[in-house]
Design a binder for this molecule. Structure first.
Ligand code: BTN
Length: 214
């Protein structure tokens, strides 16, 4: 997993508690990833497994400690590993989109490693759709500024795999001084219409707020 240092340890409950106290994160081999994310996750493809945070941090901050995973997650036979928290090696004021985010609709996205120019790719799992088709995880590509003040603007495009639509998001990172990281975004969703006559109704706009899941 990008930017995470995995220990090659199974995580029994006692270990999980100790690890949590040390500020480490617990990643478990989930039975199911949100939105049916299966083959689309590059990491899952690479490792032939699926990883999901052992517990959700409702009020996570980059500098916050992780509370122990609920009994039943940590140390179960599904296989958990310990990961150094993302802030172990990061500078607190730098906006780094890498990781899992969830928005106010319940949609989740995974942003992979950001390159030196601020370019990134990832997977978007929308919780809602204007189509009747089954939702599928869809790829995203984007770029962000790399301002050291942590207030970077960014944008990304989602090419929906289950619909003819395309969405673009623009936004800005917030999370100064150790506060919870929040992405404030605006989006436009372009639907396919059969003629220019219907062009007037093809574009929706909205806003989403994302918070870090892991
Ligand atoms: C479609 O309905 O054609 C594809 C899915 C669109 C999902 C939209 S994109 C903007 C908004 N934010 C989300 O997380 N999901 C919806």
């Amino acid at each position: 997993m990008s930017r995470r240092l995995f220990c090659a340890l199974a995580a029994p409950a006692g270990t999980a508690l100790a690890a949590a106290a040390a500020g480490m994160q617990i990643f478990c081999q989930a039975d199911e990833t949100p939105g049916g994310a299966k083959d689309s996750m590059k990491e899952a493809k690479a490792t032939n497994t699926k990883w999901w945070p052992g517990q959700r941090q409702k009020h996570s901050t980059r500098n916050s400690k992780v509370s122990p995973a609920p009994h039943g997650d940590a140390g179960r036979g599904r296989g958990c590993v310990l990961a150094a928290p993302r802030d172990t090696f990061a500078h607190p004021q730098v906006c780094d989109l890498t990781g899992w985010w969830e928005n106010d609709l319940g949609s989740k996205m995974l942003v992979d490693k950001i390159d030196s120019q601020g370019n990134f790719s990832g997977v978007y799992h929308t919780a809602v759709s204007s189509t009747q088709k089954p939702i599928e995880p869809s790829p995203l590509v984007g770029s962000q500024h790399l301002d050291k003040d942590g207030l970077c603007t960014f944008g990304f495009t989602v090419n929906w795999k289950f619909s003819d639509s395309t969405a673009v998001f623009v936004g800005q990172c917030f999370g100064e001084d150790g506060r919870e990281e929040v992405l404030q975004t605006s989006w436009m969703l372009r639907e396919k219409v059969d003629s220019q006559h219907n062009d007037w109704k093809a574009t929706r706009v909205g806003r989403n707020t994302f918070k870090r899941v892991a």
